[in-house]
Design a binder for this molecule. Sequence first.
Ligand SMILES: Cc1ncc(COP(=O)(O)O)c(C=O)c1O
Length: 378
Amino acid sequence: MQDRCYHGGAFFEAIGPQFDRLERHQHVINADVLDAWFPPAPRVLETLTAHLPWLLRTSPPTHNEGLIQTIARVRGVPEAGLLAGAGSSDLIFLALREWLRRDSRVLVLDPMYGEYTHLLEKIVTCHVDRLILRRATGFQLDPDELVAAAKHNYDLIILVNPNSPTGRHVPCAELLPALQKIPAPTRIWVDETYVEYAGPGQSLETFAAASANVVVCKSLSKAYALSGARAAYLCGPAALIASLRPLNPPWAVSLPAQVAAVAAVQDPAYYEARWAETRQLRVHLARELGRFPGWDVVPGSANFLLCLLPSTGPTAATVVARCREQNLFLRNAAAMGRSLGSHALRIAVKDAQTNAAIVRGLRLAIGAPIPPEPVAPV
Ligand SMILES: Cc1ncc(COP(=O)(O)O)c(C=O)c1O
């Protein structure tokens, strides 16, 4: 039995996992994980820099009180419906292990972020059904199909929207009416790690807080450039959140992370501009990747792209291994869904210069011809 779920992150081997040569990160492209390509907001960095020695030696507020108050105010949801944790991974493990038993029945998407099936099948060992998202329909979730599948009385339905590794997003206006048709006691978990990249007004937080059975899991890692800090929160009905509160350990979110998260969520202008830039960068990168012969680039809405490589060419595992020799780290998506096969590659969107380096590295790895440099006009 594999005791941990694989998440990429192999790039730390190139940097050095004991952090003795951290400057090496400048020569490594970690497009195997989906961290933001931009830095946290200036006000986050200024606050951390100004108080770092104190932040490092001081015990944080025990249960993230200030972070919860700030999120409640900024997002317009009641404090009673919020619970903060050290990244959404922390909250996923907390909630699912508390709510589910061996005889529970859960519906997940396939493909989908792999930690969920790992936890359900290897740790909780409950029954898992998969709603298969097909290549023929662009891996898009059909809300009507979801409602039909939900009739089988699941204890929990897990959605990731936008989904990983496909990047496909069901707009809030289509998903919300579908979720309203799935009554309690079925609980619905909506993982919105990448929702900000899909455009404004797409989060289901306020709906979840007022619902009887919907919980939104919000990572602050990828959209707020805080993956290293570890901060996230759940937003849902007060009764469901209350069932988890006694299990949320004290001081779980570090003081630097709490301070960073409080500053970040109060700077929408900075982040909205970065998310809009990311959309432009993604469109450009998709166009470049789509020029590789036989590549099918899934039209995702997040800060990454799923590419289906031609079955006659090298597998994703081979391409990943060849790119790795160039310190370019990409993710073989094979294990993220039974429907994906051996030729699915997930690539994070970075800044324009890094995206160009990713395309160059891939060209070498797949042996595609290098187009001539454009001739400068005289
Ligand atoms: C869909 C999804 N959910 C949750 C996570 C975990 O994020 P974190 O623990 O950094 O909040 C990830 C990380 O890649 C993810 O892709």
